[in-house]
Write a protein that binds this ligand. Structure first.
Ligand code: PXP
Length: 259
């Protein structure tokens, strides 16, 4: 990968396979297998595989994480809440990266970013334990400078900017709101990179919304799940991923043309 300062010419795609497990768990059997989906995603060009082991195990299970840790040949990004149980699991499997996310039992998905600023003291222990054994620690946070400052002072190497609001506004057809939110993400990415943080982004991204985020030069990785798995029903995961990759590359190429 060619890197220029904090900018990367190549934008990595992490594929989140949680919702393959959601479908499997609807019947309680073994099909469809999220590890098989991870292999297909890797063959179709995923740069990493992301999975969220939730406290209630509603999709990914402990066994999935154990298998993903040994069976896939792409970096595993484990999304986890800041709990002692998840910390033990992460330390045991030693994934390439751990993304600390907020988690509420009643939510349908990760609804907002982690309050790295407010939870600073509580989070410190998790960041240092994980990074102490060489796991890259990422914090999933909103596009706010104070959250970026907190992530840097906690010693996290990576921040993942929550793109959920931008995608919700796009879905609602609120053009000006969507542009405002994209500006906020853009500014936060610039700010975070200036602090020396590696910048990722994700949540809710689709073929239609990915270009705006992919065109932010400081963003070096996107993590995309629900939409890709949904599209896979119609076109197959390989084809859905290739189309997503093409949208990302087009946005990035346009950016390179502007440089
Ligand atoms: N990044 C993080 C930190 C997440 O928690 C999620 C959802 O699990 C995603 C990215 C992917 O979001 P989506 O499934 O909406 O693409």
């Amino acid at each position: 990968m060619s890197m220029t300062g904090n900018r990367a010419d190549y934008l990595r795609l992490g594929v989140n396979i949680d919702h393959v497990a959601t479908i499997r768990n609807a019947r309680g059997g073994r099909h469809p297998d999220p590890v098989r989906a991870a292999h297909i995603a890797a063959e179709a060009g995923a740069d990493g595989i992301t999975a969220h082991l939730r406290e209630d195990r509603r999709h990914i299970t402990d066994e999935d994480i154990a298998r993903l840790s040994v069976e896939i040949d792409r970096p595993l990004n484990l999304e986890m809440a800041a709990t002692d149980e998840m910390l033990r699991i992460a330390l045991r499997h030693k994934p390439h990266a751990a993304c600390i996310v907020p988690e509420k039992r009643e939510e349908r998905t990760t609804e907002g970013g982690l309050d790295a600023a407010g939870g600073h003291n509580q989070l410190k222990h998790f960041v240092s334990e994980l990074s102490g054994i060489g796991i890259r620690v990422s914090l999933f946070i909103e596009a706010e400078e104070r959250q970026m400052d907190a992530a840097a002072s906690l010693g996290a190497q990576v921040v993942e900017i929550h793109t959920g609001r931008y995608c919700d506004l796009a879905l609602a057809g609120d053009g000006p709101g969507r542009e405002r939110e994209l500006d906020r993400i853009r500014e936060a990415a610039r700010y975070a990179a200036a602090l020396g943080l590696e910048v990722h982004a994700g949540h809710g991204l689709t073929f239609e919304t990915v270009g705006g985020v992919a065109a932010i030069p400081e963003v070096v990785e996107l993590n995309i799940g629900h939409f890709l798995i949904g599209e896979a029903i119609f076109s197959g995961l390989d084809s859905a991923m290739r189309r997503m990759r093409a949208q990302m590359d087009t946005a990035r190429a346009r950016l390179a043309g502007q440089a």
